[in-house]
Ligand binder design. Structure first.
Ligand code: NAD
Length: 272
């Protein structure tokens, strides 16, 4: 006697969704990839390095969550690479359901001292890459009549700080792109939203703590509270897990009518 594929009364099984997370071999991107894998999504990890560790990370994620995962190298500074990432992921997994635009870099300098090549790199990786991946993803999502696009902006997509002109300009641009894409896709079952984190304790931020302790002559706790988290009223970092869970929520059925907006995970920064 053959067994029914679905128990009586149980919801029919649906194919796992496929998610691309750009810039996902560390920090927030990896946290989002883990959160989506935990919900049963197949996941494409990305960075530009293409090391053995990158591929091992994908294999470990697949083994841990019983999903399929692949690492696909692509430099988000290059338009063609961004678009190829989407096409390669779709070829590998037969389509695309979720696109998380997360890759980003920072350079801190006064406007007049900011090297033009740093401006170009920040605008390319933090803003233009989201345009290219989104443009490439839309036909695949329209084919399914469903899709989720989540852009990782920043509190700096809503507020400015001195010495971060390129980053603030790019992140404000990401928020504008998010709203426009949401309006264009509103009748296609595809949502587009931005998460705006405040300071998140990623390896990138952790590495700055010893230098700040030395520069200010403070211990770790004091430099974190009084220097790094001066704008974050809770005086606590957000975690990559919290950003991951927020992204997973935006990709869940509960968020079907949330589109074209920003969700701040910033300990109250932008309430000020
Ligand atoms: P991170 O440096 O830990 O990770 C960045 C990831 O992007 C890495 O996997 C890196 O390999 C990848 N990457 C960098 N350049 C790339 C390129 N050219 N092509 C492909 N991949 C590339 O950084 P993070 O702190 O996790 O930041 C992730 C995102 O979150 C960024 O967009 C950042 O602006 C945003 N963000 C971070 C914070 C924070 O406090 N950490 C706050 C707000 C927003």
């Amino acid at each position: 006697m053959s067994m029914p594929s679905t128990a009586p009364g149980a919801a029919p099984r649906t194919a796992p969704r496929t998610a691309i997370v750009t810039g996902s071999t560390s920090g927030i991107g990896l946290g989002i990839a883990r959160a989506l894998a935990a919900t049963g999504c197949n996941v494409v990890l990305n960075s530009y390095t293409d090391s053995a560790e990158d591929h091992d990370l994908a294999a470990a994620l697949a083994a841990e969550h019983g999903i399929q995962a692949a690492y696909i190298a692509a430099d988000m500074a290059k338009a063609a690479n961004c678009r190829e990432l989407v096409q390669k992921a779709c070829a590998r997994f037969g389509g695309l359901d979720i696109l998380i635009n997360n890759a980003g870099i920072q350079h801190v300098a006064a406007v007049e001292d900011l090297p033009p090549e740093k401006w170009d790199a920040i605008l390319a990786i933090n803003l233009s890459s989201a345009f290219h991946t989104t443009a490439a993803a839309i036909p695949h999502m329209k084919k399914k009549g469903a899709g989720r696009i989540v852009n990782i902006a920043s509190a700096h997509g809503l507020r400015a700080s001195p010495f971060k002109s390129a980053y603030v300009a790019a992140k404000h641009g990401v928020v504008g792109l998010t709203k426009t894409v949401a309006l264009e896709l509103a009748e296609h079952g595809i949502t587009c939203n931005a998460i705006c984190p405040g300071y998140v304790l990623t390896p990138l931020v952790e590495a700055q703590i010893p230098d700040q302790m030395k520069a200010h002559g403070m211990d770790r706790d004091k430099v974190v509270r009084e220097v790094m988290l001066a704008k974050q009223p809770t005086r606590e970092f957000a975690t990559v897990g919290q950003i991951g869970e927020t992204a997973a929520f935006l990709c869940s059925p509960a968020a079907a009518q949330i589109t074209g907006t920003t969700i701040s995970v910033d300990g109250g920064w932008t309430a000020q």
